[in-house]
Design a protein around this ligand. Structure first.
Ligand code: CP
Ligand code: NVA
Length: 298
């Protein structure tokens, strides 16, 4: 059976090991030939800078090769079913790294394909990104269980994966989302049932109180462009600015998965200010993808 990485839950007890492994790989500027002879497909239905570049680079640093594929340039864009594409790719390649819309598409790829599938972002989750954030926060605060993390804004794919991470890593997660933009209720319920310290607020000030790390993300994710205007209205009051950062713990860091919409979910001052650790986050995509790939092909 191929090993997949679809949600942070897939990692189970290995989640913390991956953070430590990625930190070690970063320290040693790690390269090896573990993926030698392997050719992985990156199937991307949405735009990407960091995820594509870091995965392409990570595969090469591990000795493998990649093929990049989009619906626009393949028969997928002319309605060839995903289940046929999954079977074709599985005859040629050794893994699929997929950025798409509904998570059900990943399930189809796993069902009809016979090679590992990696979630490189869906509407429902962004687990590689959150694992990378775990590494970035661990570097500053190794005692993960005492970490207090605030999530301000949309209860989107990032927020969903954060909730799963809170269950596994044991940190405190306080989310502030406007009504109607909550994270996936089933995930919240599961996390609470598992005893995770996950709290949902309507007031950003309540969520950032005592936070060591303040995270936000765009108000309209990829695929929600038509909702942009309604979301600008709904998220008024959820912008991360200096005033909000001052309510967090002293020395709190500001984090954003990027790309950011300056002046919307975060002010230019915060984004370019001393609390922001955005490019350490971006760099860590590479190290964490290497650890994830090593885990899959071990
Ligand atoms: N953060 C992130 O996933 O960035 P890209 O959309 O550029 O891949
Ligand atoms: N929530 C954003 C994350 C981008 C990395 C989106 O899905 O567009």
């Amino acid at each position: 059976m191929p090993k997949h990485f679809i949600t942070i839950r897939d990692l189970g007890d290995d989640a913390m090991k991956l953070v430590l492994r990625a930190a070690e790989m970063k320290k040693n500027n790690f390269r090896c030939d573990r993926l030698q002879g392997k050719i992985l497909v990156l199937l991307f239905e949405k735009a990407s800078t960091r995820t594509r570049l870091s995965f392409e680079t990570a595969v090469r640093r591990l000795g493998g090769q990649t093929v990049f594929m989009t619906p626009q340039e393949s028969q997928l864009g002319r309605s060839e079913p995903l289940k046929d594409t999954a079977r074709v790719i599985s005859r040629y390649n050794d893994g699929m790294i997929v950025r798409t819309f509904g998570q059900s598409k990943l399930e189809q790829l796993m069902e009809y394909g016979s090679i590992p599938v990696v979630n490189a972002l869906t509407d429902e989750g962004h687990p590689c990104q959150i694992m990378r954030d775990m590494l970035t926060m661990y570097e500053r605060r190794p005692d993960i269980s005492t970490m207090r993390i605030a999530w301000i804004g949309d209860g989107n794919n990032m927020a969903n994966s954060f909730i799963e991470a809170a269950t596994i890593f044991g940190f405190t997660l306080s989310l502030a989302c406007p009504e109607g933009y909550d994270p996936e209720p089933a995930l919240l319920a599961q996390a609470r049932q598992a005893g995770a310290k996950v709290y949902l607020h309507r007031d950003p000030a309540a969520a950032v109180e005592g936070a060591h790390f303040v995270h936000t993300d765009v108000w309209a994710s990829m695929g929600q462009e038509e909702e942009q205007h309604a979301r600008l209205v709904a998220f008024k009051g959820f912008r991360v600015d200096d005033r909000l950062m001052r309510l967090a713990a002293p020395g709190a860091k500001f984090m954003h998965c990027l790309p950011a919409h300056r002046g919307e979910e975060v002010t230019e001052d915060v984004l370019e200010g001393p609390a922001a650790i955005l490019f350490d986050q971006a760099e860590n995509r590479l190290h964490m993808q290497m650890a994830i790939l090593e885990w899959i092909y071990s």
